[in-house]
Design a binder for this molecule. Structure first.
Ligand code: PLP
Length: 372
């Protein structure tokens, strides 16, 4: 970890670990540096361990109860835990921002809560009530406030996890469940300005199949994408584009981000067929574009059509919007613009980031203030 400059300063605040290896790497490889001086400018999108995490547990039949904060660190789990053996788990990803008005806000956290509930339903886990979810992410941000980057220097990435943590041998839902939230400060995704990325259409692999779990943030959806992604990166691409598994002709997603393209002033994005993850950024962009008077079409987007578009971009919580510079499919290569984001891409990006930072008015009521 490179973001911490100063030496150890054991704190007596609640939830802090008092350990002789405060400044080193402990037995499980976690860095436990404590400092008041964080080098915000060197933050990237990577894990910086923080002070405190949130955890609550329940059985398959009992209601969820509000959990508690505890020091950030390893958790104990049975080797037979459902999540370890059969992947019964979900994750979420969201950000808290310190805004230009000095407030600490989440961007549409209720949407993350609802998406996790839909995922829980699909993976046969007890859904976490929205009130418990929102309280958990609020508590976690509050408890780690010193790790929240200043306005414009990044955000606090919040990672809720829901998993079958109880032991089970047969393939069946686990007897008990853990809902856990941890946070980590992340830098702005694009340092030194937004740059367009080069993408490769995967001819061999698909991300999700009809009737499967592609429409929820099931942890098991992600490992199969690592090999294709690594291969594409080794060949000089930023990420792969997945086409639909049925016909191999329609664009589904870009790695773990949603896809948009602009042609003749109309914004196109793949419709939610169940194999596409319903991104909250995706939904926000659709609303923003319509508010701007741009026609938005949710439809099946043929790869051949996308490659004739005027602008293309992908989106998600981590990068907000990444303009696409080129798309390669076999021997064909489509180039969009001149390496700079297109006009509509740029406009949507500035508006969305403007709302998140409170440089622009929150006309849709998307911000949720964290009470401090
Ligand atoms: C999380 C995710 C997205 C983006 O969703 P946001 O809510 O915008 O962060 C898109 N695709 C996949 C596969 C994802 O897991």
């Amino acid at each position: 970890m490179k973001v911490v400059k100063a030496g150890p300063k054991p704190s007596k605040e609640a939830g802090m670990i008092e350990s002789p290896i405060y400044m080193g790497i402990n037995a499980v490889g976690m860095v436990k540096e404590m400092s008041e001086e964080i080098d915000w400018d060197s933050l990237t999108f990577s894990l910086t361990p923080t002070d405190t995490m949130y955890l609550t547990e329940t059985t398959a039949d009992d209601p969820w109860m509000p959990g508690s904060l505890r020091p950030y660190g390893p958790i104990q789990m049975s080797p037979a835990a459902g999540v370890l053996n059969y992947g019964q788990g979900l994750f979420e990803g969201m950000k808290a921002y310190r805004t230009a008005k000095g407030r600490v806000v989440f961007f549409r956290p209720e949407e993350n809560a609802r998406r996790m509930q839909r995922g829980a339903d699909r993976l046969k886990m007890p859904p976490v009530p929205e009130s418990v979810f929102v309280d958990a992410v609020e508590q976690c941000v509050k408890a780690n406030l010193r790790w929240l980057p200043p306005t414009g220097k990044g955000a606090m990435y919040v990672r809720p996890l829901l998993m079958g943590s109880g032991p089970i041998l047969g393939v069946a839902p686990a007897p008990s469940y853990t809902f856990l939230v941890y946070v980590t400060p992340v830098g702005p995704y694009f340092k030194g300005g937004v740059s367009a990325i080069d993408l490769l259409i995967s001819e061999e692999h698909h991300r999700a199949a009809p009737g499967g779990s592609g429409g929820v943030k099931a942890i098991g959806n992600y490992a199969p994408g690592m090999m294709p992604s690594k291969k594409a990166k080794a060949a000089g691409y930023a990420e792969v584009i997945y086409l639909d598994a049925e016909t191999h002709s329609y664009v589904e997603e870009v790695g773990a981000a949603n896809f948009f393209c602009v042609k003749d002033g109309v914004l196109y994005t793949p419709e939610l067929t169940g194999t596409i993850l319903p991104g909250i950024t995706r939904n926000s962009i659709i609303q923003l574009a319509r508010h701007n008077g741009i026609e938005v079409v949710e439809t099946k987007v043929e790869a051949t059509f996308a490659m004739t578009a005027d602008e293309a971009f992908c989106c998600g919580t981590a990068a907000v919007i990444s303009p696409i510079g080129t798309i390669t499919k076999g021997d064909d290569k489509a180039t969009f613009g001149d390496g700079k984001p297109g006009r509509i891409t740029q406009q949507l990006y500035s508006q969305l980031v403007g709302i998140q930072n409170e440089d622009e008015e929150d006309i849709f009521g998307w911000l949720h203030e964290v009470p401090l």
